[in-house]
Design a protein around this ligand. Structure first.
Ligand SMILES: O=C(O)c1ccccc1N[C@@H]1O[C@H](COP(=O)(O)O)[C@@H](O)[C@H]1O
Length: 214
């Protein structure tokens, strides 16, 4: 299972989190976020990583040109679109970045959002389901109503996000079978400052309950 830890701002934390077992690190490229990291910072972290781990940039409602510039300058392996990007926008991005993974985040407000997810089937590689918040795009710590996702049959591999913590991950995964999970505020001391004890607890839970080989 893919385990993405998002909101990395420090090299030493990125390395420690990769060593603990994360398959993917996320960097917030949304300037309004308290977890925002500059192109220079992302490049420095990626160059300094001594573990093999996927690095994904998180963007929201920006231009294809800006995403391409950031990806090219940093060496990010993929892009997570966390705003209101349309399938047509994702398609354009795919044409500009054919070698990079594209993850479309859907902030699930109603069951209709899940039906609409079908329209991304040909334009992205993976979906991410996050909780809806009226004023914040992400990193809210708010959980989805997992029960409503029980019958969701996605058209693509998908990541479960939204308010996941070492304390609730087993409950979430006993109800749902996503292809991966994504955690941010549930494993940090303050925005952008990851709590390595909580990350370690997360992997202990995953190993004990799902026999994962980390
Ligand atoms: O973390 C942020 O600040 C952020 C800002 C803008 C878009 C997305 C953001 N984070 C994403 O939010 C989800 C869930 O976070 P949490 O676990 O509920 O804190 C995660 O996918 C982050 O990539």
């Amino acid at each position: 299972m893919r385990v993405k830890i998002c909101g990395i701002t420090k090299l030493e934390q990125g390395n420690a989190i990769a060593q603990l077992g994360a398959t993917t690190l996320g960097f917030i490229c949304v300037p309004s976020s308290p977890r925002y990291v500059t192109v220079e910072k992302i490049s420095a972290v990626i160059q300094g990583l001594d573990h093999k781990v996927d690095c994904i940039g998180v963007f929201a409602d920006t231009t294809v040109a800006e995403i391409c510039q950031t990806v090219t300058a940093t060496g990010l392996r993929g892009v997570q679109l966390h705003g209101n990007e349309s399938p047509e926008f994702c398609q354009q991005l795919r044409q500009s970045l054919p070698e990079r993974e594209i993850i479309k985040a859907l902030r699930v407000r109603t069951a209709q959002c899940l039906t609409n997810s079908e329209s991304y089937a040909n334009s992205v590689d993976m979906l991410l389901l996050d909780a809806y918040h009226p004023t914040q795009l992400g990193g809210t710590g708010k959980t989805l109503d997992w029960a409503t996702l029980k019958n969701y049959k996605p058209c693509l591999p998908w990541l479960l996000a939204g308010g996941l913590t070492p304390d609730n991950i087993v409950d979430a995964l006993s109800l749902l079978q996503p292809d991966g999970i994504d955690l941010s505020s549930g494993v940090e001391r303050s925005p952008g400052d990851k709590d390595l004890d909580k990350v370690a607890q997360l992997f202990t839970q995953l190993k004990e309950n799902y026999c994962l080989n980390y």
